[in-house]
Design a protein around this ligand. Structure first.
Ligand SMILES: Cc1cc2nc3c(=O)[nH]c(=O)nc-3n(C[C@H](O)[C@H](O)[C@H](O)COP(=O)(O)OP(=O)(O)OC[C@H]3O[C@@H](n4cnc5c(N)ncnc54)[C@H](O)[C@@H]3O)c2cc1C
Length: 501
């Protein structure tokens, strides 16, 4: 098998001599930017490392068995099927060459170089463990479908292991303790849902344990929950979480994480160990490493979260043909939310189209804040819309309407509503299935030198002799199956070996 780095450099052949736009990422920025170019006289090539568009705000519902992954992650190819000027390519972008105007991407050892005339970079952000990446193995983040499915497996698996342990008379407190690190919207939503699972959904399912006894902790070094929602909504949310049975531990910095638990350091210097097999990391984001590459080539500075400073029109200094949008940018303290990415990407698309028509540049990008919301439990949410501060059922209804509107695809909307009915009106969860692969596959892949690339043949490596032998074997097997059926020979006793006739 050849090394990925030695595979020949293959270049994409442009589909026409029209203006070529490359979009990196199929998230909110990438998808909405590509869609906004639908009517433009350009070819758009979207390159993303997953073949789906991910609606991250509902990841926690996949992790806790409310929604299926398909409902929040439709195939990008299907979403864009009718947009004739757009093509979708799977690949992780590893290099952007601003001088040569090319993007290099890889998937399973295959390399592709894609030239562009205009580029929209919307590669988003990943989880940050604040320099402690070793925590990731024991405390998965909440950024991808893999994360959510792994967490689903870990959460429901912990209850299973507790039932087994309790049946053998063992202490299972560490299995029934769940810690969510980070009291931002994702952490709050996750802690609220685990508490609902333990105290409402699973109460009738076990015999040796009482899921009621599960401890759910929400830990954060900050002095309040949901800081971006202001002091009043933060206090309201903390109270509602506590009513649900969540222990909110503020001013507590996580200093170590291992397989069986974690250590927190309180403000007064006290260290506390919490035994908990299931940990969820919902603290901190780090912008895509592509930002660093762009910074090195342009001199544009990065902030502490790795976000790149862009011009007011979202372009890079000295490279007006390159736009960066969404979670990757640092501009006017804009928050890392979906609307910043969507509006930024639409702005970039409009600018590209306008330039082709000789239009004057637009005014600098201006973000229109449509508000933000977080769900605490069923029927309870908080929302900030302009000066309005909403709590409780009204905020929850708003949450419902907004999320239904933004889920991509009619099919997904219909099934999401059905699943919400099951979980919010009933006490069930439609998506509790968890497999061993969900929990262990990522760790197993990490043990291979080149991850999944080690499991496939290198491009061009083809064993014709192996194919001939396999084909003969399959043909022989198929002929034998046909003979057995046609001669009604199945179930007919054969002569025992060694018997004399
Ligand atoms: C759990 C969670 C909950 C959230 N809840 C909310 C919410 O309620 N409301 C809200 O407004 N915002 C919320 N956000 C934030 C919101 O999802 C982001 O701000 C938004 O997704 C940013 O859009 P983006 O296009 O910049 O990045 P993303 O949507 O993250 O998209 C990045 C894309 O780039 C691809 N990519 C990354 N690196 C590469 C590479 N090297 N090569 C190729 N492709 C690459 C990824 O696969 C992905 O397709 C939440 C985020 C998370 C994680």
């Amino acid at each position: 098998m050849t090394d990925a780095s030695s595979t020949p450099d293959r270049a994409l052949v442009p589909r026409s001599d029209r203006h070529q736009v490359v979009v990196i990422g199929s998230g909110f920025g990438g998808l909405f930017g590509t869609k906004a170019l639908k009517g433009a006289d350009v070819d758009v090539t979207m390159i993303a490392k997953t073949s789906h568009h991910l609606f991250q705000p509902l990841l926690y519902q996949v992790a806790t068995g409310i929604l299926s992954e398909g409902e929040i992650a439709p195939p990008t190819r299907e979403v864009l099927a009718r947009q004739k000027n757009a093509q979708v390519l799977l690949g992780e972008v590893t290099g952007i060459d601003l001088e040569a105007r090319t993007v290099t991407s890889h998937v399973l050892g295959r390399e592709l170089t894609t030239p562009y005339d205009s580029l929209i970079v919307a590669a988003g952000a990943g989880q940050s463990y604040f320099g402690n990446d070793q925590f990731a193995e024991f405390a998965p983040g909440m950024k991808s479908i893999d994360d959510a499915l792994e967490l689903r497996g870990r959460i429901f698996g912990a209850f299973e292991m507790a039932e087994l342990g309790a049946s053998r008379g063992e202490n299972v407190d560490h299995l029934l303790t769940f810690v969510v690190v980070g009291a931002g919207p994702t952490g709050v939503e996750m802690a609220g849902q685990i508490a609902e699972l333990a105290h409402r959904t699973l109460t009738r399912d076990f015999r040796a344990i009482s899921s009621h006894h599960a401890r759910v902790l929400l830990v954060d070094a900050a002095p309040q929950v949901l800081p971006p929602f202001g002091a009043r909504l933060g206090t309201w949310t903390k109270k509602k979480l506590e009513d649900l049975g969540v222990e909110v531990m503020l001013g507590a910095l996580v200093s170590d994480v291992d397989e069986r638990g974690l250590v927190v350091k309180h403000k007064d210097g006290r260290e506390e160990r919490i035994d908990a097999v299931t940990k969820v990391w919902a603290a901190g984001v780090q912008a895509s490493p592509l930002g660093k590459q762009l910074s090195e080539q342009t001199g544009a500075p990065l902030d502490r979260a790795g976000r790149i400073a862009v011009n007011p029109d979202l372009t890079l200094p000295g490279y007006p043909e390159v736009f960066v949008v969404g979670d990757m940018i640092s501009l006017d303290n804009l928050p890392g939310v979906a609307q910043v990415a969507i509006q930024g990407a639409k702005y970039a698309a409009k600018e590209i189209d306008g330039r082709l028509h000789g239009k004057a540049p637009q005014r600098p990008f201006k973000y229109f804040d449509k508000g933000s919301m977080a769900i605490v439990s069923r029927f309870r949410a908080v929302a900030v819309v302009g000066k309005l501060r909403l709590t409780g059922f009204i905020a929850w209804l708003m949450w419902l309407a907004v999320h239904l509107f933004y889920i991509t695809g009619f099919k997904s909307r219909v099934t999401a509503v059905l699943h919400w009915l099951v979980s919010f009106l009933g006490r069930g969860r439609s998506e509790r299935t968890a497999t061993e692969q969900q929990i262990f596959a990522r760790i197993a892949l990490k043990r291979l030198d080149r991850g999944a690339s080690d499991l496939v043949s290198a491009p061009g490596e083809y064993d014709a002799e192996a194919e001939r032998v396999r084909r003969e074997e399959l043909e022989r097997q198929a002929l034998e199956e046909v003979r057995l059926t046609d001669e009604q020979a199945r179930g007919v006793k054969s002569t025992p070996v060694g018997s004399s006739v």
